[in-house]
Design a protein around this ligand. Sequence first.
Ligand code: HEC
Ligand code: HEC
Length: 377
Amino acid sequence: MHINRPKTFASRMNGSAALLLVALALPAAADEAPTLGPLPAAPKVNPDRAALGRLLFFDARMSGDAGVSCSTCHDPAKGWGDGQALSDGYPGVLYFRNAPDLFNVASRNTFMWDARLDGNDLGTLVRDMLVEAHTMNLDSRLGQERLKQVPEYVEMFKKAYGSDPYGGKMYGAIGEFLKTIRTKNAPFDKYQNGDQTALNEPALRGLALFTGKAGCAACHSGPMLSDGDVHATGAPDNPELITATTEEAAQRQITLLRHYATQGVPNYMNLRSDVGNYVVTKDEASIGKFATPSLWDIGQTGPYMHSGVYTTLGDVVSFYNDGGGSVANKDRRIKPLGLSAQDQSDLVAFLQSLTGDAPDAGVPQLPDYQLRQAGQN
Ligand code: HEC
Ligand code: HEC
């Protein structure tokens, strides 16, 4: 019975050496040893839809002012992010969080730092990015009329969907393209697929720390190196959001509070910090909890954390070594680790081994507008 478990645990401890306590406590309360990688299998992709979605991903006509594309904030040359601590957002606003990378995005459990969207629903994610005032501010009817005046797009929609450009299909096509964004040739993936030479000595020592003394695999586990859950590590908010007295901080607070208002957060005007998953549950136990990010390709996706406060992987490791930040709901597994300087650099070497090839940064040639003959609309 559930209620008896702590008792059984305690009596086992009483009757045995302290060594057993250590042995039981080490795997950070996980019931089984966590598995790490290899990468999830590649999703099935419809090539016609993905080819169309690739063009739309780079096409700024998909935003209200025709000046912002998905690739503005998710740039392949910057590890599918924007290389900034906090995202700029749509012209006229400044966003309050870091723009995440998109590697293996089709295999994520949830989307957004606060895990507010279901990871199985790429179409909804894409729609939100396109129409949200903070990102692309597109009226989808305007988007569809624009695409109908581009003969190449009309052809591609016909081939991919057998129809004219249309809201739901625009979302689906971009979602199909997202499925093609994958980690390629990461040493650790090769290692987990049987190539014992893929990791060097420091990375191998880092792997042992990751699954052992440093306790990282308690949350960064499985094929995505994420448990798909939310936790509070105490990673601080960016000073540009909470403490700066600049106009910039005011602008970021505007998007933060508008986000809270949209999510129906009670008394949101009293909040000034990023409460994370609380917007989903409205339960105080969720304040400060964020989705565990995947760590594939982590060497090319900085700055790190929801707030982009850490620039290097060394900064992140030192944050964990110090026992994380201070936050009410901090996960009990985040505690001072006592890692030596050598341990910390080994851990960074292991994190680097999760990093594959830089993506092809080539921007496709986009087709031009051309007046569509009356009667064909
Ligand atoms: C103005 C910058 C900007 C633009 C443009 C933009 N995004 Fe984002 N994107 C972000 C930010 C910031 C987040 C994180 C939001 C949050 O957690 O509150 C995000 C989150 C995401 C996520 C979730 C990733 C995860 O694991 O949580 C995906 C996928 C994504 N964007 C894809 C796209 C696509 C596709 C487009 C184009 C249709 C797009 N984005 C346009 C800034 C942008
Ligand atoms: C209790 C669960 C937990 C443990 C244990 C944990 N992490 Fe994390 N990790 C998270 C969460 C949650 C985040 C996102 C935090 C945020 O943005 O505020 C994160 C973020 C990160 C990031 C930044 C990823 C990005 O894309 O910005 C890295 C790198 C990382 N962790 C590495 C590690 C390492 C190395 C260890 C071990 C020393 C570790 N983590 C231990 C849950 C955990």
